[in-house]
Design a protein around this ligand. Structure first.
Ligand code: NAD
Length: 505
């Protein structure tokens, strides 16, 4: 999995069931964001390695896709057990490279595990449809077949969960899966590869190719890659979608977000403040479903802002492996600089900086990439801090008169990933749910990530392509239908030279 040279930990590719050797000249640094120090170097795939991984996947997929449903399901069940028993190991690795607190990293493994459990039901999921006696003596049935070799390109913020949104679904449905994880926290992917192998998955069905933009481009263009699943920022999702479509590939590309929580005057304000705080600052705001904007009814705004400020100041910011830490650092020095720049822009543009997280020093970790929780009131939709996806621990307050104005604000935003409404009124919640142009809605639930047997996907600039990810939509994305029309004549029937229509039935 991870090769070690004299003084540097090297994170290798995993191709055809084994770690490859690493050419140190083609590597990128991996940091511990809490210390700011380089802790490893990750391999960057070249064309020969990409060709080797795809070729092994093509061969492995032929046998895997032909294996009985029961035998495939047995591997999924074994993988489920291994993943559950290695959750702590994975969580520590994630925390070290990503910076999130260990309990949160355990949570992302748990959400990934849910998708594996759903995929364990593959005999049921792969069941087709049959029309008996569609015409006299004829039955028509639909079966679903795997696509072949599929690729998953994943972001830094969920180095285990997002690969687990994709790979169990792709593999259960009979495909070979090549993972191209984020180069910023690559090690969790290699643990997953090892666990798949231990579960009995044939070599070549799950591979890991590390790399950057060049690896992504080469994988999209490879003639033996049938489909691309992408999760990451909106500009890259848009370009991956365009490139994969141009190359004739099936593609789902999930992008960035700006998630609004609407707080109406009749909400339980203490409850809303607790949930907004956790949803805005948990994982340092580096969640695609983080609530980064609170759209607040003017009449309760002062009271809610006071409650939020109190909570923001109480958040314990410390390295993710400290048991009492609520929130760790952000991913890179560049991310810290960008987030602090956006906070500065809000101040310059006239918003009210209630809690300022810039310049936070964590004792003993002065070189770490820490930004404190930041609360900005009286933000306008014209402000840069509102228009950009900050992807840091920053909560904007946008004040509105009523529900209609709140809906107008949310619907005017180009993103449409998740949203939440906090209210005591069922009628208002229903109205919001029906009128809001967002793919996932929470009612008094701040981060409405769907359970594994529903599917995950935003609208507008948060998803390019037609298909949400995992759940029933995942089965459909990773398979294509084949429709068979058959008859087994007991006696000879006259053949016809014309197309059969209603009158022939
Ligand atoms: P990113 O777009 O920078 O990178 C995502 C992946 O694309 C990585 O594997 C990266 O190596 C690769 N990549 C980077 N530049 C590329 C390029 N020019 N061409 C092709 N591939 C390239 O995203 P990130 O910073 O790793 O992750 C954070 C972003 O992901 C945020 O915008 C967040 O909202 C989004 N995200 C969305 C969801 C969702 O479900 N919608 C989930 C998680 C994260």
């Amino acid at each position: 999995m991870t090769a070690t040279s004299t003084d540097t930990t090297l994170v290798a590719h995993w191709i055809d069931g084994a770690a490859t050797s690493v050419d140190e000249a083609r590597t990128a640094p991996v940091f511990n964001p809490a210390t700011g120090r380089e802790i490893a170097r990750v391999a960057l795939a070249d064309q020969a390695e990409i060709d080797a991984a795809v070729s092994a996947a093509v061969t492995a997929q032929e046998a895997w896709g032909a294996l009985s449903l029961g035998k495939r399901a047995a591997v999924l069940f074994a993988f489920r057990e291994l993943l559950a028993s290695h959750a702590d190991e994975l969580a520590r690795i994630i925390s070290r490279e990503h910076g999130k607190v260990v309990s949160d990293a355990r949570g992302e493994v748990a959400r990934g595990l849910e998708v594996v459990e759903y995929a364990c039901g593959l005999p049921q999921l792969m069941k087709g449809e049959l029309s008996d006696e569609a015409a006299t003596g004829i039955e028509v049935f639909t079966t679903r077949e795997p696509l072949g070799v599929v690729v998953g390109i994943t972001p830094f913020n969920f180095p285990a969960m997002v690969p687990l949104w994709m790979s169990p679904m792709a593999i259960a449905t009979g495909n070979a899966f090549i993972l191209k994880p984020s180069e910023r926290d690559p090690s969790a992917a290699n643990v997953l590869a090892r666990l798949w192998q231990q579960a009995g998955l044939p070599d070549g069905v799950f591979s890991v190719l590390h790399g950057d933009k060049d690896a992504v481009t080469a994988l999209i263009e490879h003639p033996d890659v049938a489909a691309v699943s992408f999760v990451g920022s909106t500009p890259i999702a848009r370009s991956v979608h365009a490139a994969a479509t141009a190359a004739g590939k099936r593609v789902q590309a999930l992008g960035g977000a700006k998630n609004h929580g609407v707080i109406l005057a009749d909400a339980d304000l203490e409850d809303a403040a607790d949930h907004l705080t956790a949803a805005a600052f948990g994982s340092a705001g580096e969640r695609c479903m983080a609530l980064s904007v609170a759209v607040v009814a003017e009449e309760i705004a002062d009271e809610l802002v006071a409650l939020l400020a109190e909570r923001a100041r109480a958040v314990k910011v410390a390295p993710g492996d400290q048991p009492d830490s609520d929130m760790g650092p952000v991913i890179t020095a560049a991310a810290k600089e960008r987030i602090e720049g956006l906070i500065g822009s809000a101040e310059r543009e006239g918003a009210d900086l209630v809690v300022d997280g810039r310049g936070l020093q964590v004792e003993g970790h002065e070189e770490g990439f820490f930004v404190g929780p930041t609360l900005i009131d009286k933000v306008s939709t014209e402000h840069e801090v509102y228009r950009e996806e900050v992807f840091g621990p920053v909560l904007d307050i946008v004040r509105v008169a009523d529900l209609d104005e709140a809906i107008a604000v949310v619907n005017a935003n180009p993103y449409g990933n998740g949203t939440a409404i906090f209210t005591g009124s069922g009628a208002a919640a229903r109205e919001y749910r029906r009128r809001v142009k967002v793919g996932m809605v929470g009612v008094n639930v701040p981060i409405p990530v769907p359970v594994a047997w529903h599917s995950f996907g935003g609208w507008k600039d948060s998803l390019f392509g037609d298909s949400p990810i995992y759940g029933p939509e995942g089965v459909s994305f990773y398979t294509r239908p084949k429709v068979t029309t058959q008859r087994w004549p007991a006696r000879r029937v006259a053949a016809s030279f014309h197309f059969s229509g209603d009158s022939d039935k």
